[in-house]
Design a protein around this ligand. Structure first.
Ligand SMILES: Cc1ncc(COP(=O)(O)O)c(C=O)c1O
Length: 379
């Protein structure tokens, strides 16, 4: 959000913006950019990615850029498929059109930096690439720190200045906020400092090397399961895989019964529904068990109900307007997918399958409604 705000205000000051500012985001870009566009009332220009590599296509990005573009975004790596966008080519587009370019390194930058130091090949992604104007990184991911301390780096002070909010036009104390959060705790930063000092360079090198060993083993194991296809070529330790042979969401349920949590991802714009793994260093000792459980889960999933959602159900969903999901409409719809007043069922494949085929606006409305209901006291 800070990268988007800083870019918007920097470009507004340095270039003539005649209309609503927009940001250009590959469909694989993190939801956080949708959120920023939503909060800041900016236009979000989503662009397709390559259907095989799941990397952004520079030409598509360039087509979407116009005189009101303030920012283009690339990922290093993307959360869903764990691949790095062609940062160098996007950087050239940013330079040519004089727009800001944010590299989302929230989950990848720390690991990629270490991989490079350890001699692994890494797609260029940082300020050494011309055109990159900001980079983000989350300590609470592969930095193994508690949540609440993330990093945003700007290429220069002229851009960073626009991240800062200052107000002395009121009757109280002068406010100077460097982030969106105003009053905030120093606790997470202190905890982060402590973890970094505790682990040190040697500690991080050990953790990242264990993470990559686990990842290499899992990737090799996945390639031996004929029913599964890895999506794209994972650059580090995030992997997405899918299947054409059964409802992939059954795998999530089956793995849960074997004490493994893997993450379902709904299909979107050329990326079929799939399972995502974010592999951490602690998995290394358990890779063999993971692969054994996965093979068993594949065999079990094939025996479950793998029929496509009934046509009548799809037709019904097409006729529901998002507003109809408020209140009783929501309860009625969700009960069809096994949700009761006691909450979500143990097995979620049916529900995930429906969320996967529902029109996007309806999925969004249903999930919002679920949370809104969750935090409503019983009458
Ligand atoms: C690639 C990537 N970008 C951004 C984010 C930041 O998300 P948020 O700001 O919603 O915590 C994440 C978190 O998972 C991420 O993986």
């Amino acid at each position: 959000m800070l990268a988007v705000k800083a870019a918007r205000d920097y470009i507004r000051e340095t270039k003539r913006i005649t209309g609503k500012p927009n940001l250009v985001l590959p469909v694989t870009g993190h939801a956080a950019f949708h959120k920023a566009a939503h909060y800041f009332d900016m236009e979000l220009r989503l662009v397709e990615v390559d259907p095989v590599s799941f990397k952004a296509i520079p030409e598509k990005i360039e087509e979407a850029v116009d005189e009101n573009t303030v920012l283009v975004v690339g990922s290093a790596v993307s959360y869903a498929h764990g691949v790095t966008d062609p940062i160098e080519a996007i950087g050239q587009i940013a330079l040519k059109h004089e727009v800001c370019f944010h590299v989302d390194g929230c989950i990848g930058a720390f690991v990629l930096g270490w991989m490079r130091r350890m001699g692994r090949e890494v797609t260029p992604f940082d300020f050494s690439v011309p055109g990159v104007t900001s980079i983000s990184m989350d300590w609470h991911k592969y930095g193994y720190c508690p949540k609440g301390a993330s990093v945003i780096l700007h290429k220069n002070r002229d851009i960073r200045r626009h991240q800062i909010f200052t107000c002395s036009q009121w009757t109280g104390y002068t406010v100077i906020n460097t982030t969106i959060q105003s009053t905030k705790s120093g606790g997470p930063v202190a905890a982060c400092w402590a973890v970094m000092n505790y682990l040190g360079e040697a500690g991080y090198q050990r953790l990242i090397s264990r993470t990559m060993d686990a990842s290499d083993k899992i990737l090799a194991g996945l390639k031996e399961i004929p029913e599964l296809q890895i999506m794209g070529t994972p650059e580090m330790c995030l992997i997405a895989f899918t299947t054409d042979e059964f409802n992939v969401f059954h795998l999530v349920d089956e793995m849960k019964t074997r004490d493994w949590i893997i993450q379902p991802q709904l299909g979107y714009n050329g990326s079929k529904e799939n399972v995502h793994l974010s592999i951490a260093q602690a998995v290394l000792e358990n890779v063999d068990d993971f692969l054994k459980c996965l093979k068993e889960s594949v065999a079990a999933a094939k025996k479950l109900d793998n029929s496509a959602p009934p046509e009548a159900m799809l037709a019904m969903l097409d006729n529901i307007q998002p507003e109809m999901l408020r209140g009783p409409g929501f309860t009625a719809l969700m009960s069809q997918f096994g949700m009761t007043s006691d909450g979500v069922p143990d097995r979620l494949a049916g529900l995930n399958q429906m969320l996967n085929v529902m029109p996007n606006e309806l999925t969004k409305a249903a999930l919002t409604e679920y949370f809104n209901e969750l935090f409503t006291p019983a009458a």
